[in-house]
Write a protein that binds this ligand. Structure first.
Ligand code: SF4
Length: 446
């Protein structure tokens, strides 16, 4: 079959799509760009916000419209949490966030004449094991995702994800290390440890193993690769975590620490398991142990009950933490979560205004972060060429552009000359200057 896939949502979904692609190729099918023409279309959906759900439905409609005779299969978080609406769009197959190989089996059975439509969605709360899928790469053969965890039991009051993904299940460290070594052997130069909530990695083993043990195992197994951590909860960042993490030369000094609000009353209503002081302690620990780490975060504005004073508190906290980047989301009401039913919803116009004001603070912080690197030298892993310039990322996850020849998948020292539009520009020195510290290029091999 010719199969076209559309992917919405987070890196975990992207990873799972790559696994589907690898398996489709292994089974002798051909991948074509979405929306085809194709014999089958797959929409890997997202449910994290109302907009993601809407985009997921639009993609299913588009797949059907452009390929009236094709089979349409829907999987992912939206299909898991809203199987009936997904089926009502006319999909031939609806499955959720588990059983990816069974999903392809069903698609092949439908193609072979099994009568449809089929809806097979399990209860995610009953899941107990981690689904092993082939790890794949993004951005050519430069950066590979390594999914090490699925599920979340935090039940933040705004979030639908625990209902879509079920309890925490982890990839055992020996298997993660084997996968990491395999990916390094295939030529990837960077591995990103990813999952729904990687801070909880290992909780299901109940033997005290935690994310830092996994990170050490992966770094040791793939010595030629940079290793980057996905989104972390502040509780993960302890003195022990930082001391051991800072001893890993290949671990990128970039930490995405979910904040969501800088106001303690709002954090409490959100059901987050920390207050602003504990969060700030994590930021400080990272800055004490790493040289100029990139610290990025997510923020929700207009959460139910958020007053103007609470929002101002959050803006002050953003400035205090001096983030290198902030991803801002207006609160999105998700049916089935506690906060969706609260009476004190914030009007859309207020949410949009707050999103704009938070973005202005974030932009000023980002500019300050970028300007700080002018004149320094950073080791950049180059990913792609666009309009005569090569684009890559420094270990601290700052985007860097430079002119050069055939830089794909190479790590090169770049002297930073300017900052603009959220990224850095630089030149490849004739002779690389000596390294000056990890954040500023102290590990030239990475
Ligand atoms: S930690 Fe909270 S926000 Fe993150 S996936 Fe779990 S419930 Fe959702």
């Amino acid at each position: 079959m010719k199969v076209a896939i559309c992917t919405l949502g987070c890196k975990v979904n992207q990873y799972e799509t790559q696994a589907l692609e690898a398996e489709l190729i292994r089974r002798g099918h051909t991948l074509v760009p979405f929306p085809g023409p194709a014999d089958a279309c797959i929409v890997n959906t997202c449910a994290v916000t109302a907009v993601s759900g809407k985009k997921s439905r639009q993609a299913v409609r588009r797949a059907k419209k452009e390929n009236p005779a094709a089979l349409v299969g829907v999987c992912g978080c939206y299909a898991q949490t809203s199987p009936e609406p997904a089926a009502a769009l006319g999909a031939d197959l609806v499955m959720g966030t588990a059983g990816r190989l069974a999903f392809l089996d069903r698609l092949e059975e439908l193609a072979a004449g099994r009568p449809g439509p089929i809806t097979e969605v399990d209860n995610p709360m009953r899941r107990r094991s981690f689904e092993r899928l082939p790890a794949g790469g993004l951005e050519g053969r430069t950066r590979a995702m390594l999914k090490v965890e699925d599920g979340c039991v935090n039940f933040c009051t705004y979030c639908i994800i625990p209902y879509a993904r079920g309890p925490v299940r982890s990839l055992p460290p020996a298997e993660a290390a084997r996968e990491a070594a395999r990916l390094a052997g295939e030529g990837y130069r960077e591995l990103v440890l990813t999952g729904i909530e990687i801070s909880s990695w290992g909780a299901d083993f109940r033997d005290g193993t935690g994310l830092i043990d996994l990170t050490e195992a992966v770094c040791a197994a793939a010595p030629g690769c940079r290793v980057r951590l996905g989104s972390l909860e502040p509780r993960t960042v302890t003195e022990d975590f930082c001391r051991r993490a800072a001893a890993l030369d290949s671990l990128c000094p970039h930490f995405h620490l979910s904040l969501q609000s800088g106001c303690d009353a709002t954090l409490k209503r959100m059901g987050r398991k920390y207050d602003s002081e504990r969060y700030y302690q994590s930021v400080k620990l990272l800055r004490d142990h790493f040289c100029c780490p990139g610290i990025t975060t997510d923020l929700i504005v207009g959460f139910p009950g958020e007053t103007e004073a609470e929002f101002e508190e959050t803006l002050d906290f953003l400035r205090r933490c001096a983030f290198s980047a902030v991803h801002i989301f207006p609160y999105s009401r998700r049916a089935g979560t506690p906060a969706a039913d609260w009476p004190d919803q914030v009007p859309n116009a207020v949410k949009e205004d707050r999103a704009r004001r938070a973005a202005a603070v974030a932009e000023a912080l980002s500019r300050r972060w970028l300007e700080r690197w002018i004149g320094e030298t950073l080791p950049v892993l180059f990913e792609e060429e666009r309009n005569g310039l090569w684009r890559g990322h420094a270990p601290n996850y700052t985007e860097v552009w430079a002119a050069g020849d055939g830089l794909h998948n190479q790590v090169r020292e770049v002297r930073i000359t300017s900052a603009a539009s959220g990224s850095l520009r630089g030149i490849l020195p004739e002779k690389a200057p000596p390294a000056s510290g990890r954040g500023g290029g102290g590990a030239p091999d990475f």
